[in-house]
Design a protein. Structure first.
Length: 283
């Protein structure tokens, strides 16, 4: 049997971590997958001990708390996880010469632009979540030579799509935020794109979001139209706490993917249709 590449997925049961684990071919990859109960990444000793004993070739840091309100209310814990946790994994990865992937976010931008952000645009996070993710990027870069930072946006999995469908069916209406525009990206597209990076020496920062842009309203409308479900979309005025915590405009331009001539991401609509088909989502 050929030697398989050993990949450590950190944040196994999260949206992305679970999509990665289910998408990786176990004939090609030996998968090590952990969560906080196995290895708490805020604890350097635990991280080093695990990395030293298992010696993965690749580490994918998907550990996070994506709940923006929680981050605003618990800044110390948010920095401990997104920044110090990233640092700990970077120190451990450097020691064993692993290729480290750090998942980051459109929240590192302020959302004031009216055109898609490239990897070369100025970051200016406005939230604790965004600030801590940017700090995690910095630690990853500073402490691990072989790193790739992958920024994505508006990631959805089965849970989100099912909750839209449920709301539409139970209430006959779905509430949407009208002011925010982004690039909806399925966890499946994201997982497949990350796996394409494995074994490559594509270091640096890459945006990996589905192509095109959408308002939240258009995204919800597309989900419902795909299943022929009729529901009223009720827009909020755009000044709620949740929206304030989101960049108004956070479309990512996959510029680095393009100029390094890698396979492009699918456009968001066809990625959504594929996701719903493959995940067997029915009305
Ligand atoms: N969601 C999005 O729209 C989006 C968009 C762009 C980028 N990203 C980035 O993509 C990555 C994955 O996001 P996701 O949505 O899959 O996150 P998620 O669903 O919240 O999952 C995060 C995972 O990390 C685990 N975790 C939390 N604290 C930990 C610790 N101290 N040590 C080890 N593991 C810990 C969580 O475990 P518990 O469940 O037990 O807490 C969970 O399994 C994150 O870096 C996120 O910033 C997400």
């Amino acid at each position: 049997m050929a030697i398989r590449t050993r990949v450590w997925v950190v944040g196994r049961s999260g949206r992305l971590g679970s999509a990665l684990v289910s998408t990786m071919d176990s004939k090609v990859y030996e998968i090590l997958a952990t969560d906080v109960s196995d290895v708490d990444i805020t604890n350097l000793e635990e991280v080093e001990k695990y990395a030293d004993s298992r010696r993965p070739d690749i580490i994918v840091n998907c550990a996070a708390k994506s709940d923006r309100l929680w981050c605003e209310e618990n800044p110390e814990q948010a920095y401990a996880l997104h920044a110090v946790g990233a640092r700990n994994l970077a120190i451990a990865a450097e020691r064993i010469k692993a290729h480290l992937f750090y998942l980051s976010s459109d929240f590192v931008f302020d959302g004031a632009s009216d055109k898609p952000y490239t990897e070369f645009d100025q970051t200016n996070p406005q939230t604790i979540y965004g600030k801590t993710k940017l700090a995690g990027e910095m630690f990853t870069k500073n402490h691990c030579q072989h790193h790739t930072i992958l920024r994505s946006s508006w990631m959805y999995g089965k849970k989100l799509i099912n909750s839209i469908i449920r709301e539409a069916k139970e209430k006959g209406q779905v509430s949407v935020y009208k002011t925010i525009v982004g690039s909806p990206t399925s966890s499946l597209e994201l997982a497949e794109t990350i796996i394409r990076f494995f074994g490559e020496t594509e270091y640096g920062t890459f945006h990996i979001s589905c192509e095109g842009e959408s308002s939240q309203r258009d995204f919800v409308r597309e989900v419902l139209a795909t299943l022929d479900i009729e529901a009223e979309l009720v827009e909020s005025d755009g000044h709620g706490y949740f929206e304030v915590l989101r960049p108004r405009y956070s479309v990512l331009d996959n510029f680095m993917l393009r100029i390094t001539k890698q396979e492009p991401m699918r456009d968001w609509k066809s990625a959504l249709h594929r996701f719903m088909e493959e995940r067997n989502i029915r009305g």
